[in-house]
Design a protein around this ligand. Structure first.
Ligand SMILES: Nc1nc2c(ncn2[C@@H]2O[C@H](COP(=O)(O)OP(=O)(O)OP(=O)(O)O)[C@@H](O)[C@H]2O)c(=O)[nH]1
Length: 298
């Protein structure tokens, strides 16, 4: 048997005449390049099957169209090119093409004070679609940070004030005695609760960009929150982190608003939907806030 005689089931007609919204492959392993960094990715590639009579799409054509991604830095224009290839290779079958790229971006982060640094891994998904000629690119990235409850902080301060009254009422204040009291857990009797928190940012990007602004958007988000989780930590770094938390007390609403304000003015952002989750240590459920701007689910 030679290639000419191989049966081609996909090109047959189907008995059940139904168009399909998405057909393709999920979890294709692919090396990609973002910001000059070679990363491993899992890719979902698909098209709509609008010819209701056609039995199947041509999976191999989508798979081969992905090859161009491994040698070039990812950017919206390249993604559009790949999606156009999906459609060109399914001329008579499909009018919509989809690509989702799942990866982890590694960024080296300096410590707050000490001359140390370490790597942080950020889960990233890039979703691109070409539907009836309309091209969209969305970036989804998760940023972890610490949030200290402002209410808990105020309640703790009140307990400390009360303890101060108990310990120093009707007594002449001695500087040294107060200083020792401030440095003791008998004086500072209460501490507020904090939690490791996650911001999930879904961002619709400017489709004309010649680059993917992932690391700059992460930087903007972390600087808006001011309490990003750390990598290498010595005591001096931990103390600086305690100060950053104390100066940036945050309900989930505060965190969502900070991110909203920062992303609205960030370069390349056309709209967003963001969600912050504070994994509360006060109770076993989470505090959650969402915010959207120029957003319509694609
Ligand atoms: N459409 C479709 N193809 C599948 C599926 N599972 C496996 N395949 C296989 O994917 C392979 C590649 O399909 P095509 O791209 O149509 O391969 P081809 O006919 O050699 O390539 P062309 O000549 O370009 O059409 C075929 O061997 C299919 O059997 C499925 O669920 N749907």
């Amino acid at each position: 048997m030679n290639a000419l005689t191989l049966p081609d089931i996909a090109s047959q007609n189907t008995r059940q005449v139904v168009p399909l919204e998405w057909v393709g492959m999920c979890g294709i392993a692919l090396p990609i390049v973002i910001d000059g960094q070679q990363l491993t990715a899992k890719v979902d590639a698909g098209v709509s099957l609008d010819d209701a009579q056609a039995r199947g799409i041509h999976m191999s054509r989508l798979f081969l169209a992905l090859e161009v991604i491994e040698s070039q830095g990812l950017n919206p224009l390249l993604l559009k090119k790949v999606l156009q290839r999906f459609l060109d290779s399914h001329d008579d079958l499909s009018i919509c093409a989809y690509l989702s790229i799942h990866t982890h971006l590694l960024l080296k982060r300096p410590a707050l004070v000490s001359p140390l640094s370490g790597w942080k891994s950020y889960p990233v998904t890039i979703d691109a679609s070409l539907k009836n000629g309309m091209f969209h690119v969305e970036l989804k990235v998760e940023v972890e940070y610490s949030s200290t409850c402002p209410c808990s902080a105020a309640l703790a301060r009140q307990l400390i004030q009360q303890q101060f009254v108990n310990d120093f009422a009707n007594k002449p204040l001695q500087h040294a005695e107060v200083l020792t009291w401030l440095g003791s857990s008998q004086g500072i009797v209460a501490t507020p609760h904090s939690q490791r928190s996650t911001a999930t940012l879904q961002i619709r990007l400017d489709t004309e960009l010649g680059y993917l602004p992932i690391s700059s958007l992460i930087d903007e988000a972390e600087s808006a929150l001011a309490t990003a989780v750390q990598t290498a930590v010595k005591r001096a770094d931990e103390q600086a982190f305690a100060l950053a938390n104390g100066q940036n007390l945050m309900f989930c609403e505060d965190a969502a608003r900070r991110l909203n304000v920062a992303l609205k003015v960030a370069q390349g952002v056309k709209g967003f939907s963001l969600k912050v989750v504070h994994a509360e240590s006060l109770h076993s459920h989470d505090a959650v806030a969402e915010s959207r701007w120029n957003w319509r689910a694609q």
